[in-house]
Design a protein around this ligand. Structure first.
Ligand code: BT5
Length: 313
């Protein structure tokens, strides 16, 4: 029904014939769409979608220009956990979206706070690439989020490896945390079975409802008014779908939005602390750091932006 109505009004009998269902079934579907926040009206030319106000599977799927099926929940423990369950059952190209999460996670099992009003989204993919390329999906998603936020009027920048920042924090970190990405996967040594890319984007959320120590912000706080989450999710999914088809291009695009490159950084890696100037990012996602003594490629870790040594700004 959503696909059939996407290109404009369609007469009831035509819908019934195209979808091979009865007129009564068409009517039932129209009612279900209305309940899901997709306004369908009877016009002289047939049924037409006149407005989409809901945040539901139907509303998110309507007009989405990317091949993801949408699983929506008002409340869920973690969209990444539900996405992992679906992936384990064989699903691919599914976007799990929730209004609220009650047990969401950051990296290394850190707590992620997800009140109603945010964009809590996890995408299941089954890419035919080696596991070593997985970090490029995190970068691709960060680019998709940064672009969608900029389209919504917020000057988003990316901090390696998985944060999107916005606003002003007085210059210490380069902005407050607007979004975090959590990529998880299962596979063998040479192939990925499934990959789940989770996005926690503080959309219509009051920063007072986020952890005080996290120095977080939201689109609502930066813009001063709420964003249309449906459009935002669609832009993120469409952007991510484009970027995942060209992962090397995604990593180059990442540099355009990166706030980390050119900064002094301290990266806490599994192999120890690396401190120096971030000079670039290399496929599939390594941060290149010039320590003064050598050039180090960091593939994983927590990155802290430091104030410039010369006190520049
Ligand atoms: C991340 O971890 O930034 C990845 C967050 C991914 C969350 C999404 S939501 C959809 C999907 N389902 C899930 O269960 N997870 C994913 P990390 O870099 O480890 O940052 C975690 C830290 O961010 C915490 O220790 C807090 O300090 C801070 N934090 C928690 N909630 C926050 C929020 N809503 N906004 C900003 N910072 C937050």
């Amino acid at each position: 029904m959503l696909d059939a109505l996407a290109d404009g009004p369609v007469a009831g009998p035509e819908l019934a014939a195209d979808l091979d269902v009865s007129r009564a079934a068409v009517w039932n579907h129209v009612e279900a769409l209305r309940e899901a926040g997709v306004a369908v009206e009877s016009t002289d030319d047939g049924y037409a979608v006149t407005d989409v106000t809901g945040y539901s599977a139907e509303a998110l799927a309507f007009g989405l220009d990317a091949p993801f099926a949408v699983e929506y929940r008002d409340s869920v423990g973690s969209t990444n956990d539900l996405a992992r369950d679906l992936a384990a059952e064989g699903a691919g190209d599914v976007a799990v979206v929730a209004d609220e999460q009650t047990a969401s996670r950051g990296r290394l099992d850190r707590e992620w706070v997800s009140p109603p009003g945010g964009v809590w989204l996890s995408v299941v993919c089954r890419p035919d690439v080696p596991p070593a390329h997985a970090p490029a999906y995190t970068l691709a998603m960060a680019v998709a989020v940064a672009r969608a936020c900029r389209e919504a009027g917020v000057d988003a920048r990316i901090k390696w490896p998985n944060d999107v920042l916005a606003g002003d924090d007085g210059g210490a970190r380069g902005g407050r945390k607007l979004c975090g990405v959590l990529t998880e996967m299962e596979g063998e040594a040479d192939r990925i079975s499934w990959l789940v890319v989770g996005v926690g984007l503080n959309a219509n959320v009051d920063p007072d409802d986020l952890p005080a120590g996290a120095d977080a912000t939201s689109l609502l706080a930066e813009r001063g008014d709420p964003v249309d989450r449906r459009v935002l999710v669609q832009r993120v999914l469409e952007g991510f779908d484009d970027l995942r088809g060209d992962l090397r291009g995604a990593v180059s695009a990442w540099e355009e939005y990166a706030d980390t490159v050119g900064r002094r950084v301290r990266v806490d890696t599994p192999g120890g602390v690396v401190e120096g100037e971030a000079v670039g990012v290399e496929f599939p996602g390594a941060l290149v750091v010039d320590t003064g003594a050598e050039t180090v490629r960091v593939t994983a870790g927590d990155c802290e932006h430091l104030r410039p040594v010369d006190g520049g700004d």
